[in-house]
Design a protein around this ligand. Structure first.
Ligand SMILES: CC(C)(COP(=O)(O)OP(=O)(O)OC[C@H]1O[C@@H](n2cnc3c(N)ncnc32)[C@H](O)[C@@H]1OP(=O)(O)O)[C@@H](O)C(=O)NCCC(=O)NCCS
Length: 124
């Protein structure tokens, strides 16, 4: 059963500027694996921005929006060997999803130069 969906659309340059300006922003919002993935990409602002959008979309899909109860970097986007993205949860975000018996989270990302977007679907 689908519990929720979330979507977000974001200006790539906004995230790109924040990431370039502050290592603190990067570490607060992205996991080490996400940072490694994005830093390995040529247009890395797009990859960071799409991941940021995925986290926002995740918070929408659980129905609360971001209210400070989870850390941004507890919601991690990982890519499989074909490039397909998925979401891995850690810490409080993982505990929350266990409590509400969320059994699958689907995510899709897209990015062009100026805009990046994500959709998340959550099943229980
Ligand atoms: C996978 C594919 C759909 C990505 O589309 P794209 O327009 O190149 O790029 P988008 O910005 O929309 O999407 C990129 C995201 O697709 C996702 N993606 C990559 N491979 C994927 C796969 N196998 N399954 C699902 N999603 C995938 C990734 O999340 C990627 O972003 P990330 O690297 O930041 O994680 C694309 O590479 C593809 O297969 N296209 C087929 C058509 C084609 O080759 N057209 C070219 C001529 S127009």
């Amino acid at each position: 059963m689908i519990l929720g969906i979330g979507t977000d659309f974001i200006e790539t340059a906004r995230v790109g500027r924040a990431v370039a300006k502050s290592n603190g922003f990067r570490k607060k919002h992205f996991s080490p694996a996400e940072i490694a993935y994005c830093e390995g990409k040529r247009g890395k602002a797009q990859n960071y921005a799409a991941r940021f959008a995925a986290k926002e979309a995740f918070f929408k899909a659980i129905g609360t929006g971001w209210r400070g109860e989870f850390s941004w970097n507890e919601v991690e986007v990982v890519n499989d060997r074909l490039g397909k993205p998925g979401i891995v949860l850690r810490g409080r975000a993982r505990d929350f999803c266990r409590k509400y018996r969320i059994r699958a989270i689907h995510v899709s990302l897209t990015h062009i130069k100026d805009y990046s977007s994500a959709v998340v679907v959550m099943e229980r």
